[in-house]
Design a protein around this ligand. Sequence first.
Ligand SMILES: C[S@@+](CC[C@H](N)C(=O)[O-])C[C@H]1O[C@@H](n2cnc3c(N)ncnc32)[C@H](O)[C@@H]1O
Ligand code: SF4
Ligand code: SF4
Length: 342
Amino acid sequence: MNTLFREYLLPIIKYSIENRTIYIPRFNLNTLKKLVSYRVAKTPIAIMIEPACACNIQCPLCTTPHKYMSRKQGIMEFKTFQKLLNDVKDFVLVFYLNFAGEPFLNPHLFKMVDEATKHNILSLVDTNATLLTDERIREILDSELNILIINVDHIKKDHFENFRKGAKFESTMQGIKKLCEIKKKEKRFFPLVMAEIIVSRENEQHLQDIYDYAINELGVNGAWFKSLCFPLHSKGFRDDHNIKALVDKYLPLKSSVKRYNYINGDLQLINPKEFCDWEHKSLIMWDGRVSACCYDYDGAYTFGNINNRSFLDIWNSKKYRYYREKMIKNKKLSICERCSIL
Ligand SMILES: C[S@@+](CC[C@H](N)C(=O)[O-])C[C@H]1O[C@@H](n2cnc3c(N)ncnc32)[C@H](O)[C@@H]1O
Ligand code: SF4
Ligand code: SF4
């Protein structure tokens, strides 16, 4: 609910106030039924979907690093999405269309968005914004997408290209700017284009400049800051990295937007007990497997596959219920030790 408010409702409210516009979501009996079913928690309110488990770039601190994955990687087939939608359309309110990869690698991404909208399901896509070709911009604007989150972590070319290894600063920013310009020209309300700025030592002195650049130069509708995460839960990450060197390079010194303190040679979470809302959400991997939460980058906590079982069957299975009630609620999965929901 926390994430839902921050990432979906808050941007809409802020944008509506700034533009003196009131956005009234399509609301009907079905939406009401969905809200009631959520209240009794028999169904999830939101689903994270992985359109692609693959990426065109290699961010060194990617939270879902492909390099350390033992699960097979691939692109979600449209029929898998369609099966999921049929299973959940009567109760789910939001689809987050991104997980361990770049969603724009899926050619059916906006068909998924439009199918979801037919059932009053709101959609968010989170992208590295490196694939914003003219065709893709047209596709975005012609779709029913509600929120597009793009990443603008740096406005210094070398910092950006180090943090987003394989991305080109100029062409990425050009794509974002073009999208915002055409959207403005066509007077479209959706999608809201929101910039996410991950705070690190390299950019903490320039946060205001980055924010201003995103709003004034690129023309996004809003921006927020996100704390940097080290993918410490990824098998092999610690073997390949010297923690002290990572801290010296990336951990913010001054900013309060941070997840860890560096104490006695290790990273300690600042707020490990923070509220986790995954007992009300579910994650569907590209191959149809249903997983516990978005920290499960390698599919270690999966409960079944929607290609051969109904979603509700899996959601209400003894094992998944046990995980939601006992493990997730109390943050007791082994990956919870390193996770702080911010
Ligand atoms: C794994 S990415 C997948 C979506 C897309 N490829 C992207 O990068 O936006 C999901 C989110 O995690 C963010 N992210 C990546 N590395 C991060 C890190 N080290 N700390 C915090 N957030 C990170 C991305 O910026 C994005 O918002
Ligand atoms: S663009 Fe996203 S998925 Fe790709 S490596 Fe970077 S953070 Fe990971
Ligand atoms: S790792 Fe634990 S605390 Fe973090 S999102 Fe998953 S279930 Fe919640």
